[in-house]
Design a protein around this ligand. Sequence first.
Ligand code: NAD
Length: 281
Amino acid sequence: VAVRLVGSELAATLRARSAEVAAELAAGGTPPPKLAVVVATEDESSHAYVRSIARAAHKVGLACDIVDLGAGASTPEIQKTLTALGDDDDVHGTIVQTPLPPGVAAQDVVTSIDPAKDVDGANPSSLGRLATGLPAFAPATAEAVIALLDHHEIELAGKDVVVVGRSTVVGVPVAHLLLARDASVTVCHSRTADLAAHTRQADIVIVAAGRPELVTGDHIAARTVVVDVGTNPTDDGGLVGDVAAAQVGAIAGALTPVPGGVGPVTTALLLWHTVDAARAR
Ligand code: NAD
């Protein structure tokens, strides 16, 4: 049976580190690190997620402003808000929550996030810097995958890693982070001809496809390490991953649970990035 690669322990360590540095900054007389979350939707699950980020921020001594522009916000309005947050010295981190209003494309607004405050690596300049080995904030989810593997002492150098998914939020940045750690990386996607042929050869499989239980026992060889990034809501209000957990868990060497794997580490890293940005300032 697969080892469960839980995220709670690492998330707690990251939160403690954030709280410690935030307290140090406060002792030095500076205002608390502040995260600003821009929301432009009426989607209730997005609002619930944003509230959970704010609660998590407050718990570690960070300030968190929810900037709710409403579901009718336009592209220029969101751009202007992000530019103003970039100019606001009290704000250290800025994220834009999706979904955005109909007609607003994420790529048209994320370029207005100040790269120094781009704590979820959404501005293409951050991904470009990441790809070229320059310091930048990686998308928190992508970094959470690597941090979780490190925490559980899973070696990356020289390993064959298959990433399932090529989004700029998860798949592509995680591939760059893996290359920087000397893994050999294959990126699969919706047009991959034979997914199982790739994943069965891998030492490590990272799945970020947004397809419930896409990866089954047939995709996985014995002892493979499997990271399930997927978070797909179920009809009864629960969450399932992109990996058929019972089947894969019986074969794989290790597997992240959903929920309780990558998710908690992602939120903790978002807060840590904000503290780090405040400290750098
Ligand atoms: P996305 O929809 O932007 O991208 C999905 C990718 O999967 C695409 O590149 C697509 O080519 C690939 N794909 C789709 N179907 C496939 C198939 N049948 N075979 C192979 N590849 C296929 O999604 P995303 O934003 O990258 O998110 C992926 C998943 O991760 C979602 O379930 C999302 O909810 C979850 N997620 C979790 C966290 C977290 O903190 N845990 C954060 C972000 C996203």
